[in-house]
Design a protein around this ligand. Structure first.
Ligand SMILES: Cc1ncc(COP(=O)(O)O)c(C=O)c1O
Length: 315
């Protein structure tokens, strides 16, 4: 497979900003990479993945984009908005039941003419997968040409978004005269972290990358990050791969008080709102490990806007 063309949809580069008050509170030098501001349907970090998937969808000659995930997830919002903006039909499979009209951000999806949404009726995330397969098979029987992307958009193609983001971050960091010792983020389906790891494997001296695993056991995340990052580098035909220090920490069952304290700290020091499921866990993890950090840290703000209003159940 060759690298698909990237369809420019996101507002890039996103800001890289020093966080003075948070830094003072934690006794660290913390910079925020504001990927909550990518500007594709509130899709946060997933806007970067969807740009490459839209390219691959076009190159495959597909006429319908098929994917799924959580009803309030960044990925679903990014896919919905990107397909609308490109005038492509989109079939979404979401876990759970349709919430009553007027009670959730899921209503936003109803504004999009290009979209058909199905709910699995089960609260289990993985219930999306078999229904996605069925939807794809039905579309083929109808003579359509579906382009299917698994839950969360994670995979070697989507990860190319964060391979490219490493170039963006490096450029901004050089301009700001900062060299990051570590980078913190939340890891769900692990495509974002895999992309970052792959991006740094193309160069020497990158930061340590730390992911707070919020949905999957640490070992599963490690496997996914290894597999997806190497496959992305294969797509890019990267021959020489440098070692990167990265680690995944367990946040499958986070302490709600710790998570809430992290969200409050970010909001009251920097005026930045972190969602309860991803961003707040990642910051809680950084706070826990602050004593082991020696240099400037980059904290990736990944978005999760709809989740801000609903507690936690995105994917
Ligand atoms: C707000 C937010 N942050 C982080 C992530 C994690 O990204 P990934 O699934 O690529 O690990 C997600 C995934 O949906 C997300 O919605």
């Amino acid at each position: 497979m060759t690298a698909p063309a990237r369809i420019a949809l996101a507002s890039l580069p996103t800001p890289l900003a020093f966080a003075p008050r948070l830094s003072e509170e934690l006794g660290l030098m913390i910079w925020l990479k504001r990927d909550d501001l990518t500007g594709v349907g509130l899709g946060g970090n997933k806007a970067r993945a969807v740009e490459f998937h839209m390219g691959a969808c076009g190159e495959a000659g597909a006429d319908v984009f098929v994917t799924g995930g959580g009803p309030r997830s960044n990925w679903v919002l990014a896919a919905a908005a990107a397909t609308a903006a490109r005038g492509i039909d989109c079939e979404l499979v979401l876990f759970g039941d349709r919430p009553p009209a007027g009670t959730s951000g899921v209503d936003l999806l109803d504004r999009l003419d290009n979209l058909r949404v199905r709910f699995t009726g089960s609260p289990v995330r993985a219930s999306v997968d078999p229904l996605l397969d069925r939807v794809e098979a039905c579309l083929r029987e109808e003579g359509r040409r579906p382009y299917m992307v698994g839950r969360g958009g994670a995979g070697p193609v989507g990860a190319l978004g964060y391979v490219a983001a490493v170039d963006e971050i490096d450029h901004q960091a050089q301009g700001a005269g900062v060299r990051f010792e570590a980078m913190w983020l939340a890891a769900g389906s692990c495509g974002t972290m895999a992309g970052l790891v792959a991006g740094y494997r193309r160069r020497t001296g990158g930061p340590r990358v730390v992911g707070a695993a919020v949905h999957r056991p640490v070992e599963e995340c490690q496997r996914r990050i290894e597999d997806i990052s190497e496959a992305s580098l294969d797509i890019l035909e990267v021959a020489h791969r440098y070692p990167v220090r990265w680690q995944v920490t367990d946040h499958l069952d986070p302490d709600p008080l710790e998570v809430d304290a992290a969200a409050r700290l970010m909001a009251s020091t920097e005026g930045v709102f972190l969602d309860p499921e991803y961003g707040s866990c990642a910051l809680a993890d950084l706070i826990r490990q602050a004593g082991e950090v020696r240099g400037p840290v980059l904290f990736l703000v990944t978005g999760g806007t709809l989740n801000l209003f609903h507690g936690s159940s995105a994917a």
